[in-house]
Write a protein that binds this ligand. Structure first.
Ligand SMILES: [Zn+2]
Length: 294
């Protein structure tokens, strides 16, 4: 009798979805265990009840995803993951890119939804050197301006000064000469959509080809099961919580009305989903099935 070894690690998190002629590959960077005090406008016991009702870990476990876009013979990366700065449950994107057979040297464009450690730390290594020296970086000018604003920085907490403002400045530095504002069509079939609030320049990317569409909505949602039901719940790092709520509600309404397929950086991996209206003011999160032929 042969003995079989019990698996000790997870299979790399990678999943592909076709939108017309464009292929979008979801790449997991890992996950983060969040805290209740990260959330605003909700009592911890209410947050816990929603998570238990939806069979989720409580306190919440948050996916960190990036997306690779193959379009017109070119390749773009939407957000760069957390680098290796945020603990052992994160920083797995390079391994997963390799598992998906993606040659990072062939990526010619990076599209950032915004500059925050879990999205833009992967731009540079520990010495501030660009990890993607030949790409063009597309990021909202409003985010770049905000993170370089000394007055805004002076108002921030010590943690935010270092992790948000200082890090963003260091990450953008080697890309300053190859940088473009996130406006209009930024890559073949990919159009930038301003979704301000979480950060001033927070941007979604609408992918469209042959009548099919996908909105990569960045951080419209951080805790999926809670914020789809309670869109007025916002997060401690939101630079403008009220604007984040307004943008979230407007985006939810558009997505549900248009039956638009969505992908998100913090939606449960692989992060493709639809939203349906509930009888209260919230929405039901409907993950897409994993049986899409490519
Ligand atoms: Zn984020």
């Amino acid at each position: 009798m042969t003995t079989s070894k019990t698996p000790s690690g997870q299979i790399p998190g990678v999943y592909r979805r076709r939108i017309g002629d464009i292929v979008v590959t979801a790449i997991s960077d890992g996950y983060l265990d969040a805290f209740y005090d990260f959330m605003r406008n909700i009592e911890p016991q209410d947050a816990e009840r929603i998570l238990k009702d939806t069979y989720r870990p409580a306190p919440p476990r948050v996916s960190i995803n990036s997306f690779v876009v193959h379009s017109a013979g070119r390749m773009a990366l939407v957000d760069t993951g957390s680098g290796n700065s945020m603990g052992p449950t994160l920083g797995h994107m390079p391994t997963h890119l390799a598992a998906a057979d993606i040659d990072t040297k062939a990526i010619d464009t990076i599209l950032l939804t915004h500059m925050h450690p879990d999205h833009s730390n992967g731009l540079t290594d520990d010495n501030g050197v660009a990890k993607f020296p030949y790409v063009e970086l597309v990021v909202s000018e409003r985010d770049v301006d905000h993170w370089h604003d000394d007055t805004a920085m002076a108002r921030a907490t010590e943690r935010q000064k270092m992790r948000f403002f200082q890090s963003a400045r260091e990450q953008i530095k080697p890309y300053q000469k190859r940088r473009r504002d996130a406006r209009g069509e930024v890559f073949p079939g990919v159009t930038a959509m301003p979704l301000p609030g979480h950060t001033p320049g927070h941007t979604g990317y609408l992918i469209a080809s042959k009548g099919e569409q996908l909105l990569i909505w960045g951080d419209i949602v951080h805790i999926p099961d809670i914020q789809t039901r309670r869109p007025d719940v916002f997060m401690e790092p939101d630079t403008d919580g009220q604007a984040a709520i307004a943008t979230r509600k407007r985006t939810f309404d558009m997505v549900a009305t248009d039956r638009l397929l969505v992908a998100g950086m913090h939606m449960h991996f692989p992060g493709f989903l639809n939203l349906a209206r509930r009888s209260d003011s919230g929405y039901e999160l409907i993950p897409e099935l994993w049986n899409q032929a490519l």
